[in-house]
Design a protein around this ligand. Sequence first.
Ligand code: IPE
Ligand code: IPE
Ligand code: MG
Length: 256
Amino acid sequence: MAQEHVQTEVQTAAQRLPRHVAIIMDGNGRWANARGLPRSLGHREGVKAVRRVVEACVNLHIETLTLFAFSSENWRRPRQEVGLLMDLFVRTLKKEVNRLDRNGVRMRFIGDRSAFDQRLQSLMTAAEEQTGTNDQLNLVIAVNYGGRWDVTQATRRLAQRVENGELRADDIDAGLIESELCSADLPEPDLFIRTGGEQRISNYLIWQLAYTELYFTDLLWPSFDDTALQQALTFFASRQRRFGRTGDQVEQAGSA
Ligand code: IPE
Ligand code: IPE
Ligand code: MG
């Protein structure tokens, strides 16, 4: 009997695992500053946290993990820091793709790639091609990504179709807009995590986060580990997702 009870609890917890986790990895600079180190070391340490979280998500059988690596506003940082982030990005890609591939991770980059140099664009395309048939985890990396950019590019494509006479303005609905977003074939994020203590979206997946559970932690990204992820997952499992309905309705549907 007790065993049965435990089993049910485990199953419930498993059912409540998010399919899609979207993270704003914030606090690398402050992590370094607090230790008297240059910001660059904070970013390097941040890569280690990425590795930990990706591995944990593979082990947990989470379907999709989206990481905000560089926003469309991050170009405003000092040239030297931007250059350094680009170098780190190139080096990390070269170093990690084979291992990710072996672990069954499928990689995808979202954002406006045209701003990156050719070498980086080729590395991104190669990583997507190499890992394209993997099915253990969709790892989506948002680079030069902005939610407003995403909605804008989707709108422009739809407007083009209207202009071509393929579509009427009246046909445009939420589903059609979604189908043109970078995340078109991915489930919506169930759980959003932001480290670093700020409680804002910073132009991340503004459309896609409409019904996502939001979790903020003061932990700086390089300190984010399995335990911290587990805490976020526990928070998620405790939320009742109502999508506009009443709590009673959701409970009834759950027990039906
Ligand atoms: C996040 O850490 C990494 C990127 C934005 C690339 P930050 O670099 O923003 O770190 P803080 O917020 O300055 O501590
Ligand atoms: C958001 O962090 C972008 C990434 C983590 C890549 P920022 O540090 O750039 O956000 P703001 O500027 O504090 O809002
Ligand atoms: Mg920051």
